[in-house]
Design a protein around this ligand. Structure first.
Ligand code: C5P
Length: 212
């Protein structure tokens, strides 16, 4: 079974994807990490993330880069959002994501275009969302805990800019796929969001005749 999870930054999709993978005993791929690795590689090689040739060259990043703790930083997230608009970069990462999705037994993938481009055949599709204010508050709390000095206003502005770029790009824009269930986590605890996600997956499996 393939479970496709899409949604904007800090919507809770990563946490939900991990929980669904554990619940169903499936391997999980955070596809944002691949785009982050491309962004980080452009930076390390002194290239320009807005130049499609530089970004494409960086898509050939070394595997060890995926373990780089810097991939999780806000700065790398912003670079990822810039390299991900290039269709050639998306094409270069496509086969790897599809092979992961189609492995025997299935998988859980989370990202922006999983249900629309990578695995439209997924048996279960969720679109996770939350208000900008709720997402900014979560991101602020995470960063505050790490001792980073940043205001909620600055985070809100950055999230809004990234949303705009992800939703309005020509190649694989972020959108709710046909047949994807919408889950708004703004007012939900992590536990409640996970329970709701499992219930939505189960509903879709019933519809597909995969549950009695
Ligand atoms: O999800 P995460 O914040 O790690 O993703 C970083 C960036 O990578 C996103 O802002 C988005 O631009 C890009 N991305 C994408 N397609 C995916 C996953 C991430 O374009 N499937």
């Amino acid at each position: 079974m393939i479970i496709a999870i899409d949604g904007p930054t800090a919507s809770g999709k990563g946490t939900i994807a991990k929980a669904l993978a554990a619940h169903y005993g499936l391997p999980h791929l955070d596809t944002g990490l691949l785009y982050r690795a491309v962004g980080r590689q452009v930076f390390l090689s002194g290239g320009n993330p807005d130049d499609p040739d530089h970004a494409l060259a960086a898509a050939d990043f070394p595997e060890t880069l995926l373990d780089d703790p810097d991939l999780r930083s806000e700065a790398t997230g912003a670079l990822a959002s810039r390299v991900s608009i290039h269709p050639a970069v998306r094409a270069a990462l496509l086969a790897r994501q599809q092979a992961f999705a189609r492995q025997p037994g299935g998988a859980v993938l989370d990202g922006r275009d999983i249900a629309t481009v990578i695995a439209p055949e997924a048996e279960a599709k969720l679109f996770i969302t939350a208000s900008v204010a709720a997402r900014a508050l979560r991101r602020w709390a995470e960063m505050h805990k790490r001792g980073e000095d940043v205001t909620r206003e600055a985070i809100e502005a950055d999230l809004a800019m990234r949303d705009e770029r992800d939703r309005n790009r020509a190649a694989a824009p972020l959108r709710q796929a046909e047949g994807a269930a919408l889950l708004d986590t703004s007012a939900l605890s992590i536990e409640a969001a996970i329970a709701a996600a499992i219930a939505l997956v189960e509903q879709q499996l019933v519809t597909k005749g995969m549950r009695p």
